[in-house]
Design a protein around this ligand. Structure first.
Ligand code: FAD
Ligand code: NAD
Length: 520
């Protein structure tokens, strides 16, 4: 971290450098030790204090923060501003999830005395709606306008490639240089290296499916795959979900995996986990795709109208010329230190490109921190480790902090309380009583270590717990918070009180506690 004096000094340095540049001199790349750079002859209008590659959430945050600090910034974007999140990831997925929700609600309308015929999803109209919403969000975010207001140059000249550690060649033939470079190139779906892989669709291209598939296989049961299961299942497709991992949503708390998996199976989804591997895809004479996998040593085949591979998300580094900058890719991403510096100190990698926390909320903070480090030659990390995340499945799921498994590995006497949604009046009233909130605290109940929820509004519930965790609120304070009635958030109060009521944590495993529903 740096002091106020440091910040003021560095902003002043940055301004001096800019003035010098406008008079024909420019600073060399900043040294990581904080030495004020030596002046050299300018390379003209194509030289910037900072070049950001990629205008997704990470690159946008980085560019804006750097410009706010007085840097001359260029952002190179090969495609559309907004990145994966707005164009092909979070936003379209969320619209599909909302459509799926509507379909399910309409199917249940008769329970409330509403006569309505069975819903039918008209795929083309659904896709049109998704694309219109993406455009709406893009125009709301208006990165070009925000960049322009801050004097950031947005360069839409195709892909950028490193020529050396400070020079980038663009598809248009233009070359630009930067004292610092922030790589925010995001990633793309990994296609399995198996025969017939080209017959599969990847999540970014799901909207390009020509029609709603009657039978669909989704390979990969991470956040992306699980959400697609719910969408296509609600839309009426027969869905199979396949994964080599022993459970779906393998990064989540195991109770979340179990609950979502059980719900999927009850909805008629064929869940195949712990596979030996997926072997091939073959086009059959009738146009369907025969998918072959191996389970328990035996080959298994089934026919589908579409197969989606949601099997991982390597960084978009193949065509980036990193070798020219002396940067080596490790496990499909760019290794960085805690300040987001790569092996070359003035080149940073943030967001999905560094392969750490591939979430929008991480991308924003990483982009800002790297921008401050680049412009102020500072050592800023992201503010704290808490990173809530979840998915819009049926039921929703979410988590933050340590899973129960991780918490018990650190301290087997940690305290765990799980409150089922059946004890939550609001969930019962809404006929959404499937789910739970699990809270994990240290044995003294001073710190909440993790929160994991399945069920209606799981993400919002976990978000509220995250706020409490970030504020360092202890369990008894949380238990004393008044929650409005009838709300889903009230489950937080129930779970906090259940944590307090847990027996002293001497037992190997604490029991699942069920609280009185009186005050929820
Ligand atoms: C289906 C799906 C759903 C998701 N849902 C969620 C969600 O609900 N919540 C959540 O937090 N996260 C979600 N994510 C993850 C989220 O989208 C990413 O973590 C986030 O977009 C990463 O931001 P980024 O800026 O690092 O990369 P990106 O958003 O991928 O942006 C990178 C940008 O760089 C550009 N680029 C790449 N290479 C070059 C180059 N050489 N030159 C110039 N430009 C280049 C690309 O065109 C792109 O615009 C989802 C992801 C997917 C796939
Ligand atoms: N709602 C959200 O917050 C959200 C939504 C989508 C994606 N994301 C993020 O984007 C990133 C990518 O997510 P993702 O789900 O695309 O990838 P992932 O890496 O999280 O999951 C890929 C899944 O594919 C499985 N897999 C890998 N190889 C396989 C094989 N040969 N056969 C069968 N299964 C195989 C893995 O076991 C894993 O379960 C993640 O970091 C995720 O958190 C977040």
């Amino acid at each position: 971290m740096w002091s106020l004096n440091d910040i003021l000094l560095r902003i002043a340095n940055s301004m001096v450098t800019r003035i010098a540049r406008s008079h024909g001199v420019v600073s060399a790349p900043p040294k990581s030790e904080g030495v004020i750079p030596v002046m050299e002859l300018t390379k003209g209008r194509d030289h910037y204090d900072l070049v950001v590659i990629g205008a997704g959430p990470a690159g946008t945050s980085a560019a804006i923060r750097a410009a706010e600090l007085g840097a001359r910034v260029a952002v190179v974007e090969a495609s559309r501003t907004g990145g994966t999140c707005v164009n092909t990831g979070c936003v379209p997925t969320r619209v599909l999830a909302k459509t799926a929700r509507l379909v399910r609600e309409v199917r249940l309308a008769h329970k409330y005395g509403i006569a309505i015929s069975a819903p039918e999803v008209q795929w083309n109209a659904t896709v049109t709606r998704v694309r219109a919403t993406v455009d709406k969000v893009r125009s709301l975010k208006d990165e070009p306008g925000r960049f322009s207001a801050l004097g950031i140059e947005l360069i839409l000249d195709g892909r950028a490639r490193f020529v050396d550690t400070t020079t980038l060649a663009l598809d248009s033939g233009r070359r630009i240089t930067g004292d610092s470079v922030i790589i925010a190139v995001g990633g793309h779906s990994r296609r399995l290296p198996i025969p017939g892989a080209e017959l599969a669709t990847v999540p970014e291209h799901v909207l390009d499916l020509p029609s709603l598939p009657r039978r669909i296989a989704i390979i990969g049961a991470g956040n992306t795959g699980a959400q697609l299961v719910t969408v296509f299942s609600a839309f009426g497709s027969q869905v199979a979900l396949l994964d080599v991992a022993p459970r779906i949503l393998a990064a989540s708390d195991s109770d979340i995996s179990a609950a979502v998996s059980t719900a999927f199976v009850e909805q008629g989804v064929a869940v195949h986990t712990g596979l030996d591997g997926v072997e091939s895809l073959t086009r059959s004479a009738d146009g369907s795709i025969m998918l072959t996998w191996r389970s328990g040593g035996e080959p298994v085949s089934a026919d589908f109208d579409a197969v989606v591979m949601a099997t991982g998300w390597p960084a978009d580094v193949d065509d980036l010329g990193l070798e020219n900058a002396g940067i080596t890719v490790v496990r499909s991403s760019i290794p960085v230190d805690q300040y987001f510096r790569s092996a070359v100190p003035h080149i940073y990698a943030v967001g999905d490109a560094n392969g750490r926390d591939m979430l929008v909320q991480a991308a924003h903070f990483e982009g800002e921190a790297a921008a401050e480090n680049a412009v102020l030659d500072a050592n800023r990390r992201t503010p704290h480790h808490l990173l809530p995340a979840g998915g819009f499945t049926d039921p929703d799921y979410a988590g933050v902090g340590l899973t129960e498994e991780q918490a018990r590995q650190r301290d087997r006497h940690c305290v765990v309380a799980t409150v089922p949604y059946t004890e939550l009046d609001r969930a019962v009233i809404d006929d959404r009583a499937r789910g739970f909130l699990k809270l994990i605290a240290d044995r003294r109940r001073e710190l909440i270590l993790g929160a994991h929820a399945v069920g209606e509004n799981a993400i919002e519930v976990v978000q509220s717990v995250t706020t409490a965790m970030a504020a360092g609120i202890d369990v008894s304070t949380l238990a004393g918070v008044k929650f409005a009635y009838p709300t889903y958030s009230a489950v937080i109060g129930l779970a906090a009180r259940a944590l307090l009521a847990e027996r002293a944590p001497l037992a190997e495993h604490s029991e699942v506690h069920t609280s009185s529903p009186a005050a929820n």
